[in-house]
Design a protein around this ligand. Structure first.
Ligand code: NAD
Length: 505
């Protein structure tokens, strides 16, 4: 059943779906078109952060399993079963693949919700439909991709061809387990590569189904493989492997830097990085529609429990509207997100992904208090079982505080005052990150200046966290070096070949 058709399910129905899903959930590796156990027999538990129960014991890949997956992918790639398939045929398979994902929306939604605590309503409204759309978008471009013939001397024909890179290792995070994996595998597959996906160990289940459906849609075995396991073993083995041609990574800046090292220590593979953020939203005094602005400020940090790479975690407010903005943020934002069971369609705030994440976010809240920021609401965990943290607001934050500099990755908003546009820009840019920014003003000239001078890969003007598939999504500075979504993403999984044909007279 598609995600649209599931929007009327009740809490009881989702609990039934969850119980059924867990009875039949697949936990093995997916290699060469089928499920298999690891050579080592290693396993790890995945835990539901909403009740701290073990959901499943998942098969874990060590170096030798990763090696098998890479060899399988290499031989599938070289066989040409996918890379040399007629473009229209590859497109048809990916269209059917997108359709199958939509038809399995129930299973995808419930698996990610159980694994990492995301509200089921978000899975249906965002993660599943956006995954379907990503695959469709990338498929649509397959037979539109062109090389070129350049101007050369008359007895030479010089063609520039675009070819797949080969074997792509994809390492993905847990905050949108299905969608972040799809942002990698869809363009890589559309370009004709073979892929080995290493999902985050906190949310390993939905990606297995993702690979299974590719084969069901007609994708050749060995072209899409999944190896679960912890980052330091499985992810590292993949990124260090000498027969992987490209690693595409989404996750923390810290691990992104390791990916660059692994490439240097091995075969100089290409590395695409989508990393962390500390995104500012800059609200000028002439903001215009204050209701929309305040709403974008709290949704921008509390949605998905604040576990969003581009979360608007630094709310910069120009001094003349500072007090009013805070009053409205408290009035409208304090009770906008209510912790609850993420399987309840009414819930909009689930638990954080793990107990460790809960402890880390609570310790940042302690740091904020010690640094002298004003705690206006939240700051604690609700009295329910699970890794929850209440939506939290700090005001009077300055940009030197740790809570303004480091990625908290939880529902913690910091409001910072500023005086004038130059100071707003200077604070916005005073960060190692540069993923995204929101700017709010009714003055076109100010909007233009903010767009030009803020160092971020994505800038929303008078809106936040909107977009479609045409939008390049990725960061400046230490937020990464690549772009997801968009046509450039697909192109980044190809390489150019120059073919110089000397013609006889
Ligand atoms: P993480 O860096 O801890 O893990 C990401 C992936 O890397 C996981 O699959 C993990 O197993 C693997 N990994 C961890 N250590 C490794 C190692 N030593 N070698 C190889 N692989 C390793 O990140 P996370 O906690 O899963 O995700 C949250 C982070 O992701 C945040 O920083 C967030 O901002 C970022 N993120 C960025 C984007 C983006 O588009 N820029 C999107 C989503 C999340």
């Amino acid at each position: 059943m598609s995600s649209e058709a599931l929007s009327n399910y009740t809490h009881d129905q989702w609990q039934d779906v969850a119980a059924r899903a867990l009875k039949s959930v697949e936990t093995r590796l997916f290699i060469d078109g089928d499920y298999r156990d690891s050579k080592s027999g290693g396993r790890f538990d995945t835990i539901n952060p909403a009740n701290r129960e073990v959901i499943a014991s998942v098969v874990s890949a060590d170096e030798s399993d990763v090696d098998v997956a890479v060899q399988t992918a290499r031989s599938a790639f070289r066989s040409g079963s996918w890379s040399r398939m007629a473009p229209r045929d590859r497109m048809e398979i990916l269209y059917l693949y997108a359709k199958l994902i939509d038809e399995h929306a129930e299973q995808f939604a419930v698996l990610d919700t159980l694994d990492m605590g995301k509200p089921i309503s978000d899975m249906l409204a965002v993660d599943v439909p956006a995954s379907v759309e990503t695959i469709q978008f990338m498929a649509e471009y397959i037979d539109k991709m062109e090389g070129s013939v350049t101007n050369t001397e008359s007895d030479v024909m010089h063609m520039v061809l675009r070819e797949p890179i080969g074997v792509v290792g994809a390492v993905s995070p847990w905050n949108y387990p299905l969608l972040m994996a799809v942002w990698k595998i869809a363009p890589a597959l559309a370009a004709g590569n073979a892929v080995i996906l290493k999902p985050a160990e906190q949310a390993p289940l939905s990606c297995l189904k993702l690979a299974e459906l590719f084969v069901e849609a007609g994708g050749p075995p060995g072209i899409f493989n999944v190896v679960n396991g912890v980052g330091e073993i499985t992810g590292k083995a993949l990124a260090l492997h000498n027969d992987v041609d490209k690693v595409t990574f989404t996750g923390s800046t810290e691990v992104g830097k390791l990916m660059l090292q692994y490439a240097g220590q091995s075969n100089m593979k290409r590395v695409s990085l989508e990393c962390g953020g500390k995104s500012p939203q800059v609200f000028m005094a002439d903001v215009g529609d204050m209701d929309r602005a305040v709403s974008a400020a709290y949704h921008g940090i509390y949605a998905n429990m604040g576990e969003v790479c581009n979360a608007g975690s630094r709310v910069l407010v120009e001094r003349p509207i500072y007090d009013e903005f805070i009053d409205r943020f408290i009035a409208d934002g304090k009770d906008a997100y209510v912790p609850g069971d993420p399987l309840d369609p009414q819930t909009n705030l689930g638990p954080l992904v793990t107990d460790d994440a809960q402890n880390r976010v609570l310790s940042y809240i302690d740091i904020g208090k010690q640094e002298g920021a004003q705690l206006k609401f939240g700051g604690d965990a609700p009295d329910i079982n699970g890794a929850y943290v209440n939506p939290t607001l700090f005001t009077d934050v300055n940009n030197d505080m740790q809570i303004a500099r480091e990625e908290i990755f939880g529902p913690v908003a910091s409001i910072l005052p500023f005086d004038g546009i130059e100071e707003g820009i200077s604070i916005a840019n005073d960060t190692i990150y540069g993923l995204a920014a929101g700017v709010w003003t009714s003055d076109l000239n100010k909007a233009h200046k903010l767009i030009k001078e803020i160092e971020a890969g994505v800038i929303w003007v008078n809106s936040f966290d909107e977009g479609d598939m045409t939008q390049p999504f990725g960061g400046y500075k230490q937020s990464g070096n690549a772009r997801d979504k968009c046509i450039d993403s697909l192109i980044s999984y190809t390489q150019q070949k120059s073919a110089w044909l000397r013609l006889s007279e």
